[in-house]
Design a protein around this ligand. Structure first.
Ligand code: ZN
Ligand code: ZN
Length: 446
């Protein structure tokens, strides 16, 4: 434990000033809502890495268009979430919130708003390309406006007249680009795609019809089947998959065969009481050290679906870990691979794994890959999804909820999917009840 403590302290130092998106989202959304209510604020948005839904953010940024910057600034610094004021100026004010994260407010005019919003949303790399596109047209682009390029002697005549820009869509249009959603602004191909009119129509939160991979008191969850089902219905979901831990996950209260069968029976019985809602009976089945599964095929075949997860032997060499997971997902009983890399943001590195090989195997076997939406995981990372999509791998977004209030963390998974360029067609749990059943059966049929 001495060693563990030292590691914890080292980790904390390494990650000082970094926050998980999920740790600051509630504060960010509350501030946004309250700024939007302010009578002097005509337009309000977040900006920065929070708006781009990066998994780790270092500060929060807010942009407000207003004719009364003093009043809006005063409202901001007096907000209940603000712990202290770091600096207060005419256009920029920095505060520290109770969570410890700093938040910058920028107050601008309505005319400046789209430019400030674009500039402070970033990323830097994305903005550099935008500025170059402006230069090619004889303009300079900054956080306030588009203006003609000036030379030392006289104003050079702009190559093209500067169009009117009232919002971000018109800003991109001025540069001959389709509007680029903030999540894609990482300079990883989005500008080329926007120039050619081939940006995908990204997944929206309301496209999700249900979700899988949730826990109940049958293993390490805090709520009953009934409570989880009610919470899912409250969120407007049509179905919820229950996947409690299997017997090898002793520390998580994993179920033995008898308890698994009791739970399946309880789910089947509960389903008789629903009209337009369904629980699916699954299990989060441990992938054992050699890649075999914690229950035999016959047992797994009694379930509606099977989640395969690594919860042990994290230190295997990369080749062995890769082989282990490929063996597991090659079992036709397995529906999807959960939290594929095992990372815990800001606390535990991913285990050594050949992710492209896993993606290849998932494509070959028709196994879905999870976006685990729990904000400490957000695994598989958004950076891998364009490759997975190209290979034809299907995605499933799950909260891995251990309590009713955690079901809403699906929202973070949607952010990851959008950053990964995914559409509703790429995400299995966009399928409605009536279609999802055959999709579940399909993997087994392969
Ligand atoms: Zn798990
Ligand atoms: Zn789980």
């Amino acid at each position: 434990t001495q060693e563990k403590l030292a590691l914890t302290i080292a980790n904390r130092a390494k990650h000082a000033g970094s926050f998980r998106l999920g740790a600051v989202a509630a504060e960010a959304e509350e501030l946004l809502d309250d700024l939007r209510q302010h009578p002097d604020a005509s337009r309000v948005s977040s900006a920065g890495s929070y708006r781009r839904r990066k998994e780790i953010v270092r500060d929060l940024d807010f942009i407000v268009a207003t004719k009364a910057p003093e009043e809006v600034t005063e409202f901001f610094v007096r907000h209940a979430l603000v712990e202290s004021v770091i600096a207060r100026g005419a256009t920029k004010t920095s505060v520290r919130l109770h969570s410890g994260i700093s938040a910058d407010l920028r107050v601008v005019s309505t005319a400046e708003y789209p430019f400030a919003l674009g500039y402070f949303t970033g990323s830097k790399e994305h903005n550099i390309v935008l500025r170059n596109r402006a230069l090619q047209r004889g303009w300079t682009l900054n956080e306030y406006r588009l203006s003609p390029v000036e030379t030392e002697t006289k104003k050079k005549k702009p190559l093209r007249e500067i169009p009117r820009v009232r919002d971000e869509t018109e800003l991109y249009r001025a540069l001959d680009l389709d509007f680029i959603p903030p999540e894609l602004r990482e300079n990883s191909g989005e500008i080329e795609a926007a120039a050619e009119g081939r940006l995908p129509r990204l997944l929206e939160p309301e496209n999700l019809r249900g979700t899988f991979h949730c826990h109940t008191t049958a293993s390490d969850g805090r709520n009953s089947l009934e409570e989880m089902a009610a919470a899912a219905q409250d969120l407007g979901l049509q179905y919820l998959g229950i996947a409690d831990h299997s017997r090898s996950s002793i520390q998580a209260g994993g179920m033995d065969l008898a308890r698994l069968r009791t739970q399946v029976a309880a789910i089947r019985k509960l389903n008789e009481t629903f009209d337009d809602f369904r629980l699916f009976a699954g299990v989060e089945c441990d992938i054992l050290r050699d890649g075999s599964l914690d229950f035999d095929d016959e047992t797994l075949g009694e379930l509606d679906y099977v989640v395969a997860s690594v919860h042990s032997a994290f230190q295997l060499p990369e080749a062995e870990m890769t082989k282990r997971i490929i063996r597991a997902i090659s079992n036709p009983q397995v529906t999807f691979l959960a939290h594929p890399t095992g990372r815990l943001l800001l606390s535990r590195e991913a285990y050594a794994l050949d992710v492209p090989a896993i993606i290849e195997a998932a494509a070959e076997t028709g196994t879905w890959i999870e976006i685990n939406a729990a904000p400490r995981r957000l695994d598989l990372d958004w950076r891998w999804w364009p490759l997975a999509k190209e290979k034809g791998v299907r995605c499933v977004i799950n909260p891995d909820a251990h309590g009713v209030e955690k079901l809403q963390e699906l929202w973070f998974g949607v952010g990851v999917a959008r950053k990964g360029w995914l559409t509703r067609d790429d995400v299995m749990n966009c399928l409605p009840l009536g279609k999802i059943e055959s999709a579940l059966a399909q993997k087994r049929a392969r």
